[in-house]
Design a protein around this ligand. Structure first.
Ligand code: ATP
Ligand code: MG
Length: 455
């Protein structure tokens, strides 16, 4: 109380040091608030493109936002730490000067200061250009996240544990999975009751589990990719491209594993047409060449096939179909080469392949339609290709083979038989009878399938 009338504390060094500390803490608090807004509002797409241009800050911002729960935890911890420290200091200071009233005064003043300078101002500033703000704060925030990691991890566990005690599940994945199961269950039930048609059910279920299935399960195996040797004469490349039913053909050098580009038939035609026009002009000038030379008979020896090739787009075989579909849509391409963790070529996947998982077989004007299972007239057996996927089989017949253990019918039989069976061998499982009709090397090429109940 005596302090109240005594003006000396206002002038003493400790007062000014505390006041300066409060100001510094408010600046730090502003930094935390602004960073939180910048890092959560920044568009990952924009950051990605800036990072691709070599901007280090954007790269760091992307990295630090990967684990958003940990980021937010650290920023909140830092923010609360400085806010509470600043307020405690202010309360101590004010009670020293104004006695009991200091508490109320400190609360009022600090609330205003924190609200204006440490919350609204930095957040409003950050939101005007979140990407550049995020890039600037990423480095110090990354350091803070690392320092606070143990505390934040502990808090996260504690919170989850407490929520679980009240029966609240916090794992977002678990939530999504539960909902998916529920939908799948409802559809299956609807199917039993005849409310949901088989095609609708296949479509919905196909779309539902795109997130759990990987590119590797449906890709076209590398042995079946149609590709072109880069060292072939350009006229031969053109001829092969014209002959192929496919629009995009990978080109390799020396070894089919070594893909250096992908040729789009249309790019090839365009480039060759341009080349022809040059020839014609030269021909007219020297009056030696007939202007109507057919494209395939032209001399393209100087033509560089690689110059018109696109860069190959490689994706890891573990990518989920859901992610891959988004990538295709985002990149405006339809064609990817699948590689394993060592970068070795495994196969090929196109957007169409993924869409087929939802809507069933798509065939365009040039696609060779796949051999669908045929039903033998006398025995009623389904005669299928070993390489046919179980999904495709189930889709085109009313059968219901499980597709958890293997992707293809042959794979399922090998899995159940625990061996590579010989022609003539018969197995019964999952309610069906499987007879191996033919085998080539280690591959079962033809099978006959019949439901067990049928004679
Ligand atoms: N170079 C290739 N070699 C082998 N199979 C391919 C090749 N390109 C595409 N495919 C396969 O052909 C099927 C159809 O794919 P998609 O429709 O994307 O190709 P496309 O018919 O050649 O091209 P587009 O329809 O764009 O003209 C897919 O199953 C895909 O895996
Ligand atoms: Mg097509």
């Amino acid at each position: 109380m005596t302090d109240m009338t005594d003006p000396t504390p206002l002038l003493d060094a400790a007062f000014w040091i505390t006041a300066a500390a409060i100001a510094a803490l408010l600046v730090m608090s502003a930094f935390f608030s602004g960073s939180e807004t910048a890092l959560t509002a920044a568009s990952r797409g924009k950051l990605r493109s800036q990072a691709d241009k070599g901007e280090k800050g954007a790269e760091r911002a992307l990295k630090v936002t990967e684990d958003s729960e940990r980021l937010i935890g650290s920023v909140l911890l830092g923010n609360n730490l400085v806010n509470i420290l600043a307020t405690s200091l202010a309360t101590a200071l004010f009670t020293k000067v104004f006695g009991q009233n200091g508490v109320a005064l400190a609360t009022l003043i600090m609330t205003l200061l924190v609200l204006i300078f440490a919350e609204v101002l930095p957040k409003t500033y950050a939101i005007t250009n979140p990407e550049s703000a995020a890039a600037r704060v990423a480095a110090p925030i990354a350091l803070i996240v690392t320092i606070f990691a143990p505390v934040v991890g502990f808090v996260r566990l504690l919170v989850r544990g407490m929520l679980r005690m009240f029966g609240v599940e916090t794992d977002p994945e678990a939530d999504v999975l539960a909902v998916k199961d529920e939908i799948a269950g409802a559809i299956a039930l609807g199917h039993v009751e005849g409310v949901v048609q088989k095609e609708d059910r296949d479509r919905i279920l196909g779309a539902l589990d795109l997130g759990e299935r990987t590119v590797e399960e449906i890709m076209l195996h590398r042995s079946q990719i149609e590709m072109i040797d880069a060292d072939l004469p350009p006229a031969e490349v053109l001829a092969r491209s014209l002959k192929s039913p496919h629009t995009r053909l990978p080109i390799y050098r020396d070894d089919p594993e070594n893909i250096i580009g992908v040729i789009h038939a249309k790019d090839l035609l365009r480039a060759m047409h341009a080349e022809r026009e040059v020839h014609e002009r030269q021909g007219r000038e020297s009056q030696s060449l007939d202007g109507d030379t057919p494209l395939v008979l032209m001399d393209f020896s100087g033509f560089d096939v690689l110059a018109v090739a696109m860069k190959p787009y490689f994706v890891p075989e573990t990518t989920t179909l859901d992610d891959q579909m988004r990538q295709f849509l985002h990149r405006h391409t339809h064609f990817a080469l699948v590689v394993d963790e060592y970068g070795a070529l495994q196969g090929l996947i196109t957007l169409e392949d993924i869409l087929e998982e939802i809507v069933g077989e798509i065939t365009d004007e040039f696609d060779r339609s796949e051999v669908s299972p045929v039903r033998s007239k006398d025995t009623g057996d389904w005669v299928v290709d070993g390489g046919m996927t179980i999904r495709d089989f189930n889709r085109s017949t009313e059968c219901n083979l499980p597709d958890e253990e293997a992707n293809t019918i042959a794979g399922l039989v090998i899995h159940e038989a625990q061996m590579i069976p010989n022609p003539g061998q018969v197995f019964s499982f999952h309610g069906y009878r499987f007879e191996v009709a033919s085998r080539k090397d280690n591959r079962i090429t033809k099978l006959k399938i019949r439901p067990l109940g049928d004679s």
